[in-house]
Design a protein around this ligand. Sequence first.
Ligand SMILES: Nc1ncnc2c1ncn2[C@@H]1O[C@H](COP(=O)(O)OP(=O)(O)OP(=O)(O)O)[C@@H](O)[C@H]1O
Ligand SMILES: [Mg+2]
Length: 227
Amino acid sequence: MDDVELAVRPGERRALIGPNGAGKTTLFNLVAGALPVTAGRIELFGRDVTRMPSHRRAALGLTRTFQISNLFASLSVLDNCRLAVQALTAAKFAMHRPLARDAVLRARAEETLAAVGLADRAAATVRNLSHGEQRQLEIGLALAGRPRLLLLDEPTAGLSPAESAAMARLLGRLDPAITVLIIEHDMDIALEVARHVTVLHYGRVIADGTRDAVRADPTVREIYLGA
Ligand SMILES: Nc1ncnc2c1ncn2[C@@H]1O[C@H](COP(=O)(O)OP(=O)(O)OP(=O)(O)O)[C@@H](O)[C@H]1O
Ligand SMILES: [Mg+2]
């Protein structure tokens, strides 16, 4: 990262685009706390978190999905979701008795699956899902902890055009209170989900603005669209 300045407002949908190796995932790693910063400052919800470990940033409401899938392939869709609900909200459930806790977990997991269009796939084993359904489930797992800030690293990677369109619709239906920062290679998907776009190139922000401004930017057209 080279002198990157990025401010995202609560509830904003921001797309982060740029060529391979531009530093998009690295930026997520810095924001989430997976990599230490060598210079500069990171604030989350008005708090300085520059030196805060990643699990504490997660507890503040930051959740991310990864460029490479990390589901439990041999478990059911519902069990994957229940584990995520349980892991992400452990403290809140500690006060419940085991049976009541199970019912609450199950209800929350089912509600989360419905939110990502997988209610009718709850009993399926993850490895039997289509690639598109697996990526939907990843969004579900991220939502299970009721995040305030969601970092999505290429949620349409490897999807067919139809699956990508379905993902874009799903992302468009997310709770507007959730702030979303999305890395997306497909400019059309990025621009469908976010009105505001930041373009990275060689670790620097080379353009930042509304989708129309970014689309029209000559540097972006040259390096990103190859125009
Ligand atoms: N810890 C590190 N130290 C040095 N260089 C790194 C480190 N992590 C990543 N890089 C390099 O920085 C560049 C940016 O990588 P990054 O994965 O952030 O790019 P990206 O924009 O997410 O690309 P892609 O679109 O391919 O996912 C790459 O050249 C990568 O090899
Ligand atoms: Mg990346």
